[in-house]
Design a protein around this ligand. Structure first.
Ligand SMILES: Nc1nc2c(ncn2[C@@H]2O[C@H](COP(=O)(O)OP(=O)(O)OP(=O)(O)O)[C@@H](O)[C@H]2O)c(=O)[nH]1
Length: 296
């Protein structure tokens, strides 16, 4: 298994171990069910996975791989040629938005791209301050205002400034909570409109940040964001800190969206592109422990 995914899946694999097959034991459907539930795949989804397997009671690794892979079929909206390419970052407070913005900016910078941050969560002074610290830490410019000021103005200025300076990427933070949901939605819609005014077609990507430690319980909240604002892709944070790795199947399935990255720690380097095949293989390594990976 690739090293970085090991970091993201280690807790989940540990959990699986408690119900893993005994030496020499083959995997039956009943055992597979138990293992998947342990990894926080929902009961409903486990039933579905079993349904799509061949009728035999004993399961083969290649069949399980085929079925599990069907949950990650959604397309990744790749960054297009727009300059600047503008990303709006959505999610509830504490999900890991700020940290993820820092990691994304660092990743783009390492790819040789110019990055500009916009501190659009003006609802909380701490959010502005935290993003400013990230901008210093990874040395990328930031546009911010005082708490309470219009976040749309921040978005407009960040994009305009990036255009003027020939910067490739703009990443804009947004509030995760306001006085109520109606306010939040209208604020996010306004930011979206103003982005488009600053640079036609922006924001090019709206990314939803979900706290991986919440597992399947993050789904309802994610659906609400998706229905109200329209999300293009998901980033799952804190995968290193949870045994709920199996929830990724339910998240992708429920939202019908691609998972683009996963967070596996608190440093700037702890963001990895999500690769479905590596993820599924990683889980299968923990399930089919009596077989070598060459068998399928
Ligand atoms: N272990 C681990 N911790 C993470 C990861 N991503 C974020 N965190 C931590 O989660 C906490 C919340 O992250 P923030 O980035 O502050 O979350 P936020 O959504 O911006 O929330 P606010 O700061 O409340 O707006 C911080 O302590 C982060 O260090 C991750 O991938 N792994």
């Amino acid at each position: 298994m690739i090293g970085f995914l090991k970091k993201g899946l280690s807790k989940t694999l540990e959990a699986i171990k408690s119900v893993a097959p005994k030496p020499q034991e083959k995997i039956s459907k009943a055992l597979l069910e138990e293992i998947l539930l342990e990894a926080d795949v929902t009961y409903e989804l486990v039933e579905e996975i079993i349904y799509y397997l061949p009728p035999q009671e004993q399961v083969k690794r290649e069949d399980v791989k085929r079925v599990l892979s069907t949950y990650f079929i959604y397309d990744t909206p790749a960054p297009k040629k727009e300059k600047p390419f503008v990303e709006l970052i959505l999610g509830v407070n504490g999900a890991g938005k700020t940290t993820t913005i820092g990691k994304l900016a660092y990743m783009y910078k390492r790819e040789g791209l110019g990055v500009m941050l916009g501190a659009g969560d003006t609802f909380r002074a701490a959010a502005i301050e935290q993003l400013r610290r990230w901008s210093e830490r990874i040395d990328v410019p930031i546009v911010y205002t005082q708490q309470g000021h219009d976040p749309s103005a921040v978005a407009f200025d960040a994009i305009s400034s990036a255009r003027a300076r020939g910067i490739d990427r703009v990443i804009i933070d947004t509030a995760g909570r306001l006085q109520n949901q109606v306010n939040l939605v209208s604020e996010l819609q306004k930011i979206t409109r103003i982005c488009n005014k600053a640079h036609e077609g922006a924001p090019h990507r709206k990314l939803l940040i979900l706290d991986g430690t919440q597992g399947n319980s993050a789904i309802a909240q994610a659906k609400a964001f998706h229905e109200l604002i329209g999300v293009d892709g998901i980033i799952i944070t804190k995968l290193d800190g949870t045994a709920k790795g199996g929830a990724l199947f339910g998240v992708a399935r429920a939202l019908e969206l691609p998972i683009l990255y996963v967070g596996v720690g608190e440093s700037e380097e702890d963001l990895i592109p999500f690769e479905a095949e590596a993820f599924v293989d990683g889980l299968l390594e923990g399930i089919f422990i009596n077989e070598s990976s060459q068998n399928g």
